[in-house]
Design a protein around this ligand. Structure first.
Ligand code: FES
Length: 68
């Protein structure tokens, strides 16, 4: 699904940038090559980044819990 029509960024690309370390939509966009233009997509893109990090945090917590 396209999230950013200015840059033709898909949700999967934004999520991948987040998995590679981007902490915000703007960081994800910079990692993908172009920063935001109109900004109309940033709320949705930030949610995607937050979901990736929340899933990662939950995964780490489950791993730590299993290891304890
Ligand atoms: S729709 Fe993403 S910057 Fe315009």
């Amino acid at each position: 699904m396209f999230v950013c029509s200015c840059n033709a960024y898909r949700d999967s690309q934004i999520a991948e940038a987040a998995r590679n370390g981007a902490r915000t939509a703007c960081e994800a966009y910079e990692a993908l090559g172009n920063g935001p233009n109109c900004g109309g997509c940033l709320e949705t893109a930030d949610r995607i980044v937050e979901q990736v990090h929340a899933a990662r945090t939950a995964s780490h917590a489950a791993f730590k819990s299993a290891a304890d």
